[in-house]
Design a protein around this ligand. Structure first.
Ligand SMILES: Cc1ncc(COP(=O)(O)O)c(C=O)c1O
Length: 326
């Protein structure tokens, strides 16, 4: 008899729904699908990477009983890691900076993570990211039996998407003509591209980056919406990954806000900022997408984490002049 239940919460990571978006664009001649990563148990695509990293470290003996996992993240990776560590009863120290949202901080604490807050930017680089990495290194020295997953360089970050995200998509659709993927560590992008290359697929890759991010070049500046984009060039994008990308579309904070509200209004989808960016990237290039193509969008996280920002009238009013989207 087929088993009608899952073996524990971590077995619900992945196998997220793929839905057809029929309403948001009225005039398109291609098929538009969204992979809803908000259905992962801790709410984002990063659950896949966190699980793959932790389980491989357990298998290889890098993590044993009593190990303290130390990671630097203020967002979805931190929460995914907190879930995996809570399940495997591992100590988890999460190094964050003051820009973390109070909601994420609470979620991490509820999962049992110990919070290490860096108070100020690194003196030499002026960045919080560097300050967090310095703190991780100091903690690794101080705490015996500690382990740093390092999502920025850990091969199991992209591997998670090679093994699960892409194979799920191919099982659902058989043919993918366009894949739209938001980028930060580029773990998702690399896993998908490696799969596409190895399987000799003809998929056109569209990377969706933030304006003000340096991944695809351009000037670095302050961004409001977390998730996609990076202030320093990610390790995974350095090794020729960008050559495999057909198009990079840069989206502004406002694009993300507008995209999120359009998804909510037209498709009743409450998703996070980068998903709004991804739908606006489609808006920007929809005239170039060929008739009858299968076009897949990865929507990385859920909208509840943006209630006080993207979905708050006051916040939108404060940050964007003359915008009436609410
Ligand atoms: C909301 C959101 N979108 C997109 C991304 C980009 O994913 P990746 O780090 O795999 O490039 C992230 C990564 O944290 C994210 O949190």
């Amino acid at each position: 008899m087929e088993k009608m239940y899952s073996e524990g919460i971590l077995s619900t990571v992945g196998n997220t729904p793929l839905i057809k978006l029929n309403k948001i664009f009225k005039d398109i001649s291609f098929n538009l699908f969204a992979k809803l990563e908000c259905f992962n148990p801790a709410g984002s695509i990063k659950d896949r990477a966190a699980l793959c990293i932790i389980e491989n470290a357990l298998k290889s003996g890098k993590i044993k009983q009593g190990t303290t996992v130390i990671e630097s993240s203020s967002g979805n990776m931190a929460i995914g890691m907190a879930l995996a560590c809570a399940y495997y009863k591992l100590n988890f120290i999460c190094v964050v900076d003051p820009k973390i949202s109070s909601q994420n901080l609470k979620i991490l604490e509820i999962y049992g993570a110990k919070i290490e807050m860096v108070e100020c930017q690194d003196i030499t680089t002026g960045s919080f990211l560097q300050a967090r990495l310095n703190r991780v290194k100091a903690l690794l020295k101080k705490i015996k039996n500690s382990y740093w997953p390092c999502q920025y360089t850990n091969e199991h970050n992209p591997m998670a998407h090679y093994k699960t995200t892409m194979s799920e998509l191919m099982n659902s659709l058989r043919k993918i003509d366009f894949l739209f993927c938001a980028v930060s560590t580029c773990g998702t992008l690399k896993g998908c591209i490696d799969y596409i290359k190895d399987n000799k697929m003809n998929t056109k890759i569209v990377a969706v980056d933030a304006l003000g991010s340096v991944i695809f070049g351009g000037e670095k500046y302050k961004r409001l919406i977390p998730g996609h984009g990076a202030a320093i060039e990610p390790f995974f994008s350095k090794k020729g990954l960008k050559k495999m990308v057909d198009t990079c579309i840069r989206v502004s904070d406002l694009d993300c806000v507008v995209g999120c509200h359009r998804l909510l209004k037209e498709e009743a989808l409450l998703v996070g900022g980068s998903s709004g960016g991804v739908i606006m990237a489609v808006e920007k290039m929809k005239d170039l997408i060929t008739c009858d193509s299968n076009c897949v969008l990865i929507f990385p996280d859920r909208g509840e984490r943006y209630i006080d920002t993207i979905y708050s009238k006051d916040w939108v009013k404060k940050h964007f002049d003359n915008v009436s989207i609410l």
